[in-house]
Design a protein around this ligand. Structure first.
Ligand code: ADP
Length: 318
């Protein structure tokens, strides 16, 4: 069963910006999935559509098989959302911030009380239940939003940059909690620009850039690709038929051009030895840019900028 299934989803905003250019995405039940992408890539737009905050232009979205257009109530019942911006009713008590939404999902008063207590305890907020939300620290408010999102026991939890601007200790305790509920069966999708977060938590990753999905694979496979380098070699003579290069798998590009992929740490001499053994003379060689690496560099640059800002103005403490 797919927890989320997106087909040919497009979004053009009223100002003409094409934020999504026809994306397809599947997230299997039980997965822990990261949606990565540089600023302005379309992550929030995609999440906004899935969570019914943004209207799509075309395409389809199904949550556990329920189309958000034709079966919105059923789709929503499967879904818990933790938005990027804190959107609590700040004058409510901590307790009511979780208890009131439970009613919207049709839980009985008794069940709402039980679930509110469970969720507040799990997020270590039970002792603070009588205080107003505005008295909580930033980290606690984020935990309260997670408790609120889980009150109706959603099968899919979506978190939009859950740890942006949160200090490292809170970040790690959130990771631990998310890992635990994923192990217990909740499918989790998060958007993040902390690569470390995606690497630590997620089994699969989708990378979106300029409104298109450019990678969708296992986290380990994406990391492996990141460490590959591709060389384009120009040959003095035509590429021999059935060229064998001792373990390297050359791809023939043109009559005089081949492409060889290798790990960043591997020894180039070995490649040249294999070329010599095959009687191939190389006239020039260039390194093909690794698009994935460029994307990650843009993510890292953004992360570093935000870290600098965090140090300058620490947002919150426990
Ligand atoms: P991300 O979450 O990856 O940073 P967004 O989905 O927020 O990306 O933005 C994708 C593109 O859509 C950007 O070019 C952004 O400026 C544009 N955009 C986002 N929201 C709106 C809006 N409400 N109106 C017009 N353009 C928008």
């Amino acid at each position: 069963m797919q927890a989320l299934s997106i087909r040919n989803l497009t979004k053009t905003y009223a100002n003409g910006v094409q934020a999504l250019r026809g994306i397809d995405l599947d997230v299997a039940e039980g997965d822990f999935f990261a949606l990565l992408g540089p600023n302005g890539a379309g992550k929030s737009t995609a999440i906004g559509i899935v969570t019914s905050l943004v209207n799509k232009t075309s395409g389809s979205v199904k949550i556990f098989g329920h189309d958000i257009e034709t079966e919105l109530e059923q789709a929503k019942a499967c879904l818990g959302v933790v938005p990027q911006k804190i959107n609590l009713n700040q004058w409510d008590t901590v307790y009511n911030c979780v208890y009131n939404p439970a009613g919207f999902y049709g839980l009985s008063a008794q069940r709402s009380r039980e679930r509110t207590e469970t969720c507040l305890r799990e997020l270590q907020l039970w002792e603070r239940r009588k205080e107003t939300a505005r008295n909580l620290s930033g980290g606690m408010k984020r935990r309260l939003m997670i408790a609120r999102a889980l009150v109706h026991e959603p099968r899919l939890l979506i978190l939009d940059e859950p740890t942006a601007g949160v200090d490292i200790e809170i970040r790690r305790s959130m990771w631990e909690f998310l890992r635990r509920i994923n192990e217990q069966g909740t499918t989790i999708i998060l958007t993040t620009h902390y690569l470390e977060e995606a690497e630590n938590l997620c089994r699969h990753v989708g990378i979106i850039d300029a409104g298109s999905i450019v990678e969708n694979d296992r986290m380990s496979a994406v990391l492996r690709k990141l460490h590959q380098e591709v060389f384009v070699l120009n040959l003095a003579a035509a590429v021999p038929p059935d060229l064998q290069l001792n373990g390297f798998n050359p791809v023939v590009l043109t009559e005089h051009e081949i492409e060889v992929e290798m790990h960043k740490d591997s020894n180039l001499n070995r490649l040249f030895e294999a070329l010599s053994a095959a009687g191939v003379q190389v006239t020039s060689m260039r390194n093909k840019t690794n698009r994935l690496e460029e994307l990650f560099m843009r993510l890292v640059e953004r992360r570093d900028r935000e870290r600098t800002r965090e140090v300058a103005e620490p947002e919150q403490q426990l």
